[in-house]
Structures are given as C-alpha cells and as structure tokens.
Write a protein that binds this ligand. Structure first.
Ligand SMILES: N[C@@H](CCC(=O)N[C@@H](CS)C(=O)NCC(=O)O)C(=O)O
Length: 219
C-alpha cells in the first residue's frame, strides 16, 4: 500500500473531492480515504491538521501535502503515472489542460445554481447565464468527442484528468436535467456509467445528515 491519504468532503456535495478520488480509482492507486463532514461548526477545526487552505480535497504523500483538486490531479499524474494522467500527444495535452483549467476556474453559475448534490433529482430550469455555461460545456464535449471518438469513450479517448474534472458536472447535469446535444449527452452517459462514479453517487446518497435541499443547493 502506498503512503497516500486523500482527505475529502461529503460525497453528496463535494464536487472538487471527486476529481482526485476518481483519478486514484481509475488508475488503481491505493490510498487511505479520510472523510470530513462539510458545513459543520467544527469543519475548519477538523480540516486544520490536514489542509493549509482549510478546504478539501487535500492529499498527503509522505511529507508532501498537496491541496486543491487540479494540483492534486497533476501530482498524481506526475508522481505515480509518469504523466499518463494526461493525453500523450502534446497538442491534445495542451487542450486537455486548458479545458481542465477552464472547469477549475470557470462556470461560476453552474457551481452556484446547479451544485452537485447526488441525492437530488429534479428538473430546474437554468437561468440565461447558466444556459450559456451549459452551451459552452456542450460545445467542448461535442467537439472533443467528435475528434477522439475512435480512440475510446472518454473526452480524449483514454481516461484522463479532464474526465475527472467533469465528473461532478455530469452528476449535476443528470440531477437537474440539462439538455445536451447527442454527442455531449453520450459523453455524459459515459461518465455516469463509470463504475466508480456510480459508487461515489451511491455512497453520497447514503450519507447521513444531508442538509436541507434549499441550503445544499445554495452552498
Ligand atoms: N479550488 C479548490 C476548491 C475547494 C473547495 O472549495 N472545497 C470545498 C468543498 S467542495 C470546501 O472544502 N469547503 C469547505 C469550507 O469552505 O469550509 C479545489 O479545486 O480544490
């Protein structure tokens, strides 16, 4: 067993925690999972010993601490996979990194209006701002699936960091009823049928102490 600890939040809500968790699962890397309940009076106190940012996810490997989802995914790719967490061709890798960064820093309305909540399943009409973000994601998914469709079912064919970054989006799109083009919809289904994503959702739904929907959806 490698000396890796991954500290995550509630599976039901923590859209950033699923990114490195799914990477480790997909690349069959052993790790110890430490789960900390978010939105509690003592959440910061519990995160303190692990996370300099007082947020999840955070990874501990030996004496190295890595926090922030994208930095952890980069670390996993570099440290355990000899870079195979990204597509191998330079141009594809550059595009995949750009998309992962766009997901990480962008789509503020999606995060606010349709936050990941594995236990929710109800259509919510998107605002105009959210429709624009959904259209951008649809364009990315459709475009790259068209280009890499013959190389495998994930965005760039083989599973990569960028798919980890989109897992929570797929869960939200399913929960709230996003309307997608055919290719984008097929990619969403690929993510949702991934056995680890299914496990995550199931475990999230079964977690105790869900917040009231109104709170969870604005958290
Ligand atoms: N940019 C960070 C965002 C991390 C983040 O906001 N995590 C949330 C949960 S998904 C958190 O830890 N919230 C706890 C809090 O703010 O008290 C990343 O990508 O990891």
């Amino acid at each position: 067993m490698r000396d890796i600890k991954l500290v995550i939040g509630d599976k039901n809500y923590s859209s950033w925690s699923i990114c490195p968790w799914l990477m480790l699962k997909m690349f069959n890397i052993d790790f110890e999972e430490i789960s900390i309940k978010l939105f509690q009076g003592n959440t910061a106190e519990k995160l303190g010993p692990y996370s300099p940012s007082l947020k999840v996810p955070v990874m501990l490997h030996g004496d190295t601490t890595v926090w922030d989802s994208l930095a952890i995914c980069e670390f996993i790719s570099e440290t355990f996979l000899r870079g195979a967490g990204w597509p191998s061709k330079q141009k594809s890798k550059a595009n995949a990194r750009s998309i992962a960064a766009e997901v990480h820093s962008g789509f503020p309305t999606l995060k606010k209006e349709w936050p990941m909540n594995c236990a929710t399943n109800r259509n919510l009409v998107p605002s105009e701002a959210l429709q624009e973000e959904i259209a951008r994601i649809d364009a990315i998914w459709g475009n790259y699936r068209q280009r890499f469709g013959e190389e495998g079912p994930y965005l760039f064919g083989r599973f990569s960091v960028v798919d980890s970054m989109f897992a929570a989006t797929a869960i939200s799109f399913e929960s709230y009823g996003a309307e997608l083009s055919k290719r984008a919809g097929a990619y969403m289904e690929t993510l949702l049928h991934n056995s680890f994503v299914k496990d995550w959702k199931e475990l999230g739904r079964k977690e105790k102490g869900h917040l009231s929907i109104a709170y969870a959806e604005s958290a």
